[in-house]
Write a protein that binds this ligand. Structure first.
Ligand code: DUC
Ligand code: ZN
Ligand code: ZN
Ligand code: ZN
Length: 460
């Protein structure tokens, strides 16, 4: 099987040129003008942009959380991702406190293997670091190809580890060539503010926002950066939302430290006014919460300053019925919002079409940096000879509107209902196979592969 894509405008993190792409089997084998090859199929990409397949390194599929499960499975979530031009996702395996990493991995494998439609990898969330867990770090990195370890500085009693565990984990992960990633918010302060608001009868969704002020994120981000600097373990802050937290990272650069930073599309585009919609605001109850317009400005600038390296989603959808679990108490609303399918188009439309970031920067933060940071480059995240033929053929001019009625995520509302978008994913290839064409997914359940990742370098 071979494919020849003719005359597309190829965009990588560094380049922008018109050429043909020749694909044999799963990989790109030639790129050039007027390639003289015969292929099983020719695709005309004249007038279209060609991006590397998007990589969303922060998604929660079928995750047990707050007494329920996020509503997209590995099948529905990766299929929706493909529709939106994301060909690889990194999902989170959650260790159950008191149990091993291996048990958690077996559990996630049993759900993802043979069901994922797009490619996927796992981060391992370490929620209980002890002498037993310690021995499993090396195996995860060297045998399982899981090289990043997620920590939570919040959600005490379920997911949170303390600073002793954090330092010990960082020492072990550094020793074996991995990276520690973090949900950086101060869990104790948040728990206190949640309890205070509940005691005062402040139970509506806006108190979710009020209970997680900027300081809780700025403090934890700074603490994480300090511990990463002290141990020398590469560190990555997930879903960074605000000026205070980014300033903590900026400060770390003054001692020549580099901390990787991810933000998510919602923190760039949505603000706290979404918490003034009565209980409908539950759709946007996520942690950290949406912030202020000044934080959005900080994040866009941070992308252009090279301080924010990745734009992900933290995709963690819940059906409206599940959100209603918190109708009388904001602290019982399952945290998370759906975006896996919308990230690439929204970032293109608001970022590139909106003249906030360049085309190359778009590819860098949505495709290339996630691959580089997490040990998948150059197999994933770029368009080059030898790379997997994960490609998005994109019409930069087609205007459309986001809506639950047209999406493929397993959730019964859109967080971006009615949002006008310029630019549309027209065709998607996954390892040389046509995944999306004419608004349909042509890949079967189980077509997605688990991607073993390399040791991390700690630089990009
Ligand atoms: N935040 C969310 O909003 N959902 C899942 C987990 C998290 O940290
Ligand atoms: Zn056990
Ligand atoms: Zn988180
Ligand atoms: Zn998350």
């Amino acid at each position: 099987m071979s494919l020849l894509i003719k005359n597309g405008r190829i965009i990588t993190a560094a380049d922008d040129y018109i050429a043909d792409i020749f694909i044999e089997g799963e990989v790109i084998t030639a790129i050039g003008k007027n390639l003289p090859f015969n292929a099983t199929r020719e695709i005309d990409a004249d007038g279209k942009l060609i991006f590397p397949g998007g990589i969303d390194p922060h998604v929660h599929l079928a995750m047990p959380f707050m007494g329920t499960f996020s509503s997209d499975t590995h099948e529905t979530g990766t299929r929706a991702a493909l529709f939106g031009g994301t060909t690889t996702v990194i999902d989170f395996v959650l260790q159950t406190q008191g149990h091993s990493l291996k048990e958690a991995l077996d559990d996630w494998n049993s759900r993802a293997r043979g069901t994922a439609v797009g490619d996927y990898s796992f981060h391992m969330a370490v929620t209980d670091f002890n002498e037993n867990t310690k021995t499993e770090i090396k195996t995860m990195i060297e045998e399982e190809g899981i090289t990043s370890f997620k920590t939570f500085m919040a959600y005490k009693g379920a997911l949170m580890i303390d600073d002793r565990q954090m330092v010990a984990l960082m020492q072990e992960v550094k020793k074996h060539g991995g990276m520690v990633t973090v949900h950086a918010t101060n869990g104790d302060v948040i728990d206190y503010l949640v309890a205070q608001n509940r005691a005062n009868g402040n139970l509506s969704p806006r108190y979710h926002y009020i209970s997680q002020p900027e300081v809780t994120e700025a403090e934890a981000s700074g603490r994480f950066a300090d511990l990463s600097n002290y141990t020398g373990c590469p560190g990555y802050i997930v879903h960074l939302t605000c000026e205070g937290a980014l300033n903590a990272v900026r400060n770390a650069t003054r001692r020549n430290q580099h901390v990787f930073v991810e933000t998510c599309i919602q923190y760039l585009l949505l603000d706290r006014s979404y918490y003034e919609r009565g209980f409908e605001s539950a759709k946007w109850v996520m942690s950290p919460p949406l912030r202020e317009p000044k934080d959005q400005a900080t994040l866009w600038a941070g992308i252009n300053q090279g301080l924010v390296n990745v734009v992900a989603t933290d995709h963690c959808p819940f059906m409206w019925e599940q959100k209603l679990m918190g109708k009388d108490d904001f602290s019982k609303i399952p945290n998370g919002h759906p975006a896996i399918e919308n990230r690439m188009e929204l970032l293109y439309s608001e970022g590139v079409h909106g003249k906030r970031i360049s085309l190359n920067k778009f590819v860098e933060v949505a495709c290339t940096n996630p691959a580089k940071i997490f040990g998948m480059f150059p197999r994933k995240g770029t368009i080059g000879i030898g790379s997997d033929a994960d490609l998005v053929i994109f019409d930069p001019n087609e205007a459309h509107v986001l809506s639950v009625s047209g999406h493929h995520m397993n959730v019964d509302y859109s967080a971006y209902e009615g949002w006008p978008v310029t630019g549309k994913v027209k065709m998607v290839l996954l390892r040389g196979q046509v995944a999306i064409e004419n608004g349909e997914c042509l890949l079967e359940k189980g077509a997605g592969k688990f991607i073993k990742r390399d040791k991390v370098k700690g630089f990009i």
